[in-house]
Design a protein. Structure first.
Length: 405
């Protein structure tokens, strides 16, 4: 059995989940390869960057030149988004012609925005297609998270996340996806939340759906002592350290402002907020904080998790965040909202807390409750439960069952 995983990038949360599955399959003896459009990492075995044909290089150059002239002549279509991410179902790449894809028994799609064109479904011959969804984009008119909008259940049109546009972009994208979506595709979702939403969508309701957790990197086996981790990171031993992580801290749906407002109400020197991720803004935080930036070194992230009393995730929408799984694997409890796939991981009063509602006051109440009962959260027990829940062997077996159907 030959499996090729397709991902636009090799960095970011969805890419990390894809890579961990690829590595878990390799460890199980499966002939697995990873194909990406962009390549930033050199530590992944059987990892190939997409090799552009002469025609694709020409088309890409022409596209850039046209865009440049449109900007100069101010002819570029005026379109503005009230969203962090909006993607189109078309691309300039002919993946169906790629040798890795042509020789594969299983073509496993992951986060493929800007890389995979929906027309490729009809052009693939022989290989079975499995698609692990990391957000809602594959079945919407372009958004990756729809907020309160439910138009994807019927037909996306006049997207509420598009502030200004001359064209009905969402409807055009939706109809393009519907026309070229393919017939025989297996859908896998890491969260039950996303599985239910995908199954209710107009585009994907007729596909078979399966729920399988993302695998985890199990190279670090032992729980790291909290004080030792703080010493290595040069963090204060005596502070109450709260951790926040996001690829992009400025992403609205990550809800960082809610955490800031909660901590500003506490306004205590006892607390230290540890922030991981990219940001182009200044933080208006009254309590002490340290921004360590974007970290790609997993061993350093292990120290970050281990040094923290609690990881707070304030996502308003999220699939199954890798960060929550990583946190509990290092025995660090998690406080989060009852949104997306987060409640599928958090076991209240065991490995974390779920806030009563999405609000500053509810988050503040949970933080205060946690620190008043911090001794009841057993870090070794949290890690043991995580290893049972996110067992790579079981996850690989479930994928192999789907591959063989």
């Amino acid at each position: 059995m030959k499996v090729v995983h397709i991902s636009t990038r090799d960095t970011g949360g969805a890419a990390v989940a894809c890579i961990r599955l690829h590595l878990a399959l390799l460890d199980s003896g499966v002939d697995s390869t990873l194909l990406t459009l962009d390549k930033q990492r050199d530590d992944i075995p059987n990892h190939f960057i997409y090799d552009l044909s002469i025609i694709e290089k020409f088309n890409l150059l022409a596209f850039k030149i046209i865009n440049k002239f449109n900007k100069i002549l101010k002819l570029k279509k005026k379109i503005a988004f009230n969203t962090d991410s909006f993607s189109y179902p078309r691309s300039l790449y002919n993946l169906h012609k790629n040798d890795l894809i042509k020789s594969a028994n299983i073509i496993h799609l992951h986060w493929v925005s800007g890389f995979w064109d929906y027309k490729s479904f009809a052009r693939i011959s022989g290989g079975k297609i499995v698609w692990t969804l990391h957000d809602m984009n594959p079945f919407t008119g372009g958004c990756h998270y729809s907020g309160d909008c439910q138009k994807f259940i019927y037909e996306c049109s006049h997207c509420p996340l598009i502030i200004r546009s001359k064209h009905n972009v969402a409807r055009n994208n939706f109809l393009y996806k519907k026309r070229y979506k393919g017939d025989n595709i297996c859908i896998v979702t890491p969260s039950i939340w996303l599985k239910n939403i995908s199954h209710s969508s107009n585009l994907f309701h007729d596909y078979k759906h399966y729920h399988i957790f993302n695998p985890f990197c199990t190279s670090i086996k032992k729980t790291i002592d909290k004080n030792l981790a703080r010493i290595k990171l040069e963090l204060p031993i005596d502070k109450k350290i709260i951790l926040f992580i996001s690829d992009s801290i400025d992403t609205k749906r990550k809800g960082f402002d809610i955490l800031i407002n909660a901590l500003n109400k506490i306004n205590s020197e006892e607390y230290l907020l540890l922030i991981i991720g990219k940001s182009g803004k200044q933080f208006d935080i009254k309590s002490p904080y340290i921004h360590l930036g974007y970290i790609t070194d997993f061993e350093k992230m292990a120290l970050v998790y281990s040094s923290s009393d609690v990881y707070v995730i304030t996502s308003l929408e999220d699939n199954l965040p890798n960060t929550v799984v990583e946190s509990i694997f290092f025995g660090t409890p998690v406080i989060g909202f009852d949104t997306g796939g987060i409640p599928e991981i958090i076991l209240p009063n065991i490995n974390g807390l779920l806030c009563e509602e999405v609000s500053v006051s509810a988050l503040l109440k949970s933080i205060e409750y946690f620190y008043n009962n911090i001794e009841s959260f057993d870090r070794e027990k949290i890690k043991t439960l995580a290893m049972e829940q996110f067992n790579n062997k079981v996850i690989v077996e479930k994928y192999l069952e789907i591959y063989s159907l």
